[in-house]
Design a protein around this ligand. Sequence first.
Ligand code: AMP
Length: 197
Amino acid sequence: MADASPGGKKRIVFLGPPNSGKGTQAATLAESLGIPAISTGEMLRSAVGSGTELGERVKDIMESGQLVDDDTMADVIRARLAADDAVGGFLLDGYPRTTAQVETLRQILVERVDTLDDVVLIDAPDEVLSQRARKRLRQDGRKDDHEDVVRERLEVYRRQTEPLIEIYDKEGLLRRIDGDQAIEEVGRQVAAAVGES
Ligand code: AMP
């Protein structure tokens, strides 16, 4: 579909399991495209950190590795996408994560007479993801990242988010990238997949 937004900026979604390298690649690509990288996980962590009403509400569920409910997330993403910096284009890192969230995003885009340009999937085998998670645990000793929570996050992804791959693939939007490669190589392939190389 033709790019209809001012300045030709893109609307991109990043999909992928925890420890796939998705967040790093999302930030790099967004920077080079001049669009905001919107990480719902970061937004929620910051709400928890500053003790807002939203933060208090989502704290426990985040620590458990489960997903925050779709209605709460709809309010969060609606407000964020209405901000000035996201009018032209945006890169979503961590939203949508359920089929209900796909519908919410679709609705928001219909309202702004916009469409998605690309859905970038960065995936890697479970063994690779678990190994990276263990390495991170050793390095930063994050106490909200116990091994059972790491496992739970991956299971939640495979169960609730992986079905989104087929939805976006059917729409011809999916760009699959092998995340089990050097960061630089993944970066090159991501850029090429969205026509930026
Ligand atoms: P992330 O940093 O993207 O892995 O997000 C950290 C946590 O925030 C997740 O494990 C969820 O509890 C919550 N979260 C972030 N984005 C969403 C979303 N789109 N839907 C539901 N929960 C989310």
